[in-house]
Design a protein around this ligand. Structure first.
Ligand code: BG6
Length: 478
């Protein structure tokens, strides 16, 4: 395993939610497992208003790791990680504290460490922060990780790309989508392209429809300021689910290097048909208006389900159904490929619909640690030819050595340090996704109410997917 060159990592938004939940615990896990470079320093940054002293930042990091990390912040590993942390506030008008902190970190490492900036900040702050990195010279010898949402529509995404490209060329830009860093999402490539059992059937001849279903039980968790301007379509569908669709639907890349892999993903987005508003269900959970910070007449959707079409030789006529929403019945991350049913005439007795619905599908659960199953029909023991539901399953947690597993963010931050862009979104890819979203964004259907704990607004979601049905809730019983 190649280790990255020495790095100074700067976390913008170091006192925010993402840094606390994912980035600081993730960096500590990378350090503890020996995957960070030999020489590294982590500089936290924020606006002067929420600036911390070095010591306060170390305490903040310790609390974050204790609450959200995989291992305790203690022992030698923690001490050396803690010693690498410092803080430098930055404001486009006064970048001095950050400049001083980065300089001190670089001097303590010696040599010519590289710089990695992680922009875990609200989209409204991207432009000024990028300009500051350019003006101060901090952008030299540096790469930048940009958090989602990447724009809110085609015009803003183009503008954001232009702004970034004035300071960083595309080879140094890492638009992050933590779903693509999940082991089980990358495993789709292994499953699809490494196996004679699956590779030949991954097309319209054998697959009748695809579902990418990511319900969440969480509400908006006090993020009204972010969520009101975003909504489920931008927060989850554009950012995560369509990116996963790119992996499910792509043609085999010649290698897994960044260029061929991202070319193939972009070709899928090229083939996406514009999203028709009539193929979209927007929902809002009952009680959303009572959340602090939500406008009483808000039309922001907390749920979106839609039907997409990838209009190319492999997928023409195969609908892709995507669904995600807050405050739903379960938290799951599931891709289901419905297989075409063979003629079942020889099984003379009627097969109950519940049983038929169960068979003939491939299920990929990409929640950590994830599992994959092939659902089929088998003969029930006994004198009659009765068919029952059966499953062949692979579970990550019972296979391989889990100790080497990395969480999405960890994997992607490591890739960014190594300069590997394979799992990051390219500018043309994200712009195309916004382009196909234009009809929906111009004429969004009104959000329909749904009850917290349900699966979304009925009967709209059932009608959207007919003649198929949503495979969640998963009623499989072995
Ligand atoms: C984030 C969204 O990108 O992904 C959140 O902003 C969502 O709204 C989250 O809850 C889901 O990711 P995970 O990995 O926590 O399931």
């Amino acid at each position: 395993m190649t280790r990255p060159d020495d790095h100074v990592i700067v976390l913008f938004g170091a006192t925010g939610d993402l840094a606390k939940r994912k980035l600081l615990p993730g960096l500590f896990h990378l350090a503890r497992t020996g995957l960070l470079p030999d020489g590294y320093r982590i500089v936290g940054s924020s606006t002067p208003r929420s600036a911390l002293s070095d010591d306060a930042f170390r305490k903040h990091a310790r609390d974050a790791v204790a609450t959200f990390g995989l291992s305790e912040p203690s022992g030698q590993a923690w001490e050396s990680f803690e010693a690498s942390l410092s803080f430098g506030a930055a404001d486009p008008d006064n970048p001095q504290p950050l400049l001083a902190a980065v300089r001190a970190a670089e001097e303590s490492l010696g040599g010519q460490p590289r710089r990695l900036f992680h922009l875990a900040i609200p989209p409204a702050a991207f432009e000024a922060t990028i300009a500051m990195l350019g003006d101060t010279g901090l952008a030299e010898n540096a790469k930048v990780i940009v958090e989602k949402p990447f724009g809110t529509d085609l015009a803003s995404a183009r503008e954001l790309n232009e702004t970034i490209h004035t300071v960083f060329d595309e080879s140094r830009v890492f638009r992050i989508d933590h779903f693509l860093g999940k082991e089980s999402v990358e495993n789709i490539l292994a499953l699809r392209f490494g196996n004679g059992l699956f590779e030949p059937i991954w097309n319209r001849e054998h697959i009748s429809h695809v579902q990418i279903d990511v319900p969440e039980t969480l509400g908006i968790e006090g993020r009204a300021r972010f969520y009101e301007g975003t909504g489920a379509f931008r927060d989850m569908i554009v950012t995560h689910l369509i990116q996963v669709l790119g992996i499910v639907a792509m043609e085999p890349p010649s290698t897994l290097d960044a260029q061929p892999l991202r070319d193939e993903k972009s070709k899928v987005f090229e083939a996406l048909r514009p999203i028709e508003p009539a193929h979209v269900v927007r929902g809002q959970y009952v009680g959303y208006h009572d959340e602090p910070g939500v406008a009483p007449d808000s039309h922001t959707e907390t749920f979106a389900a839609l039907r997409l079409e990838v209009d190319n030789g492999r997928w023409a006529g195969v609908p892709f159904y995507l669904r995600s929403g807050k405050n739903l019945a379960q938290r799951r991350e599931v891709i289901t490929l419905g297989l075409r049913e063979p003629p079942l005439r020889m099984f003379r007795t009627d097969i109950p619909k519940r049983v038929r619905d169960h068979g003939n599908k491939i299920v990929i659960d990409f929640g950590d640690p994830g599992w994959i199953a092939a659902d089929f029909l088998a003969k029930e023991p006994g004198p009659a030819m009765l068919l029952g539901p059966a499953r062949m399953a692979f579970h990550y947690e019972n296979a391989f050595n889990q100790a080497h597993g990395l969480e999405g963010y960890e994997r992607l931050i490591l890739d960014a340090m190594l300069g590997d862009q394979s799992l990051f979104t390219r500018s043309d890819g994200i712009e195309r996704v916004w382009e196909v979203s234009v009809p929906l964004l111009e004429s969004p259907p009104p959000p329909q109410p749904y009850d917290p704990g349900s699966w979304g607004p009925e009967p709209a979601i059932t009608e959207l997917i007919a003649p198929h049905r949503w495979y969640l809730p998963d009623d499989y019983k072995a």
